[in-house]
Design a binder for this molecule. Structure first.
Ligand code: HEM
Length: 160
């Protein structure tokens, strides 16, 4: 086993921890802590923008290290492997969920999030806030499922 492979898996795990940890930190730590703060919306906006930057860095890093892990393990990036057998399908499902998560994160981060903040500043309307909240929650669940599939794949779990 080469040192670059170990480094790539290590980075993959650290980035996954950052991405999932950041998504948990916001609702569990930040939001309750600033609940009664008069500058709450502004704080949420600034924190959201900063996490958006580092979050997308970590997603890019997860893709690169994920592909490196595949290369190091000699796994082909082919439909035949990712859909054609019960071992490959664990990784195939993981990649599909990753793409879905990217789409939701894109909508959440670049469309709904900022508009929801504007709406919260201007009126009592909560429609976009609810959308931002639920898309964030769905993405957290997706990320947890993706991490589970990563661990399962590493240990040779087979499905279907
Ligand atoms: C949010 C996105 C992702 C998360 C949270 C995530 C998480 C994980 C975790 C926790 C592991 C287990 C490591 C271990 O137990 O040793 C793993 C392994 C792996 N991941 Fe990901 N991953 C993500 C995206 C990707 C992507 C996009 C790819 C491929 C294009 C990928 C390919 C792999 C591979 C091949 C392994 C097996 C590594 C090995 O056993 O050497 N991952 N991932």
């Amino acid at each position: 086993m080469g040192v670059y492979y170990v480094l790539s898996v290590y980075l993959h795990i650290v980035l996954a921890a950052f991405w999932i940890g950041g998504m948990l930190f916001l609702p569990l730590v930040l939001l309750p802590s600033i609940k009664n703060n008069p500058t709450r919306v502004e704080l949420l906006y600034k924190t959201g923008l900063t996490f958006r930057f580092f979050g997308w860095m970590s997603l890019g890093g997860l893709l690169v290290t994920g592909l490196l892990n595949m290369y190091a393990k000699g796994i082909p990036f082919s439909l035949e492997f990712l859909a054609g057998n019960s071992f490959g399908r664990v990784l195939g499902i993981k990649i599909v969920l990753f793409v879905v998560m990217l789409l939701i994160a894109g909508i959440h981060d670049f469309y709904v999030g900022e508009r929801a903040i504007m709406q919260m500043k201007e009126s009592e309307k909560k429609r976009l806030k609810q959308f931002a909240k639920w898309s964030g929650r769905i993405n957290l669940l997706l990320a947890l499922a993706i991490a589970f599939l990563g661990v399962a794949f590493s240990r040779g779990l087979r499905v279907f």
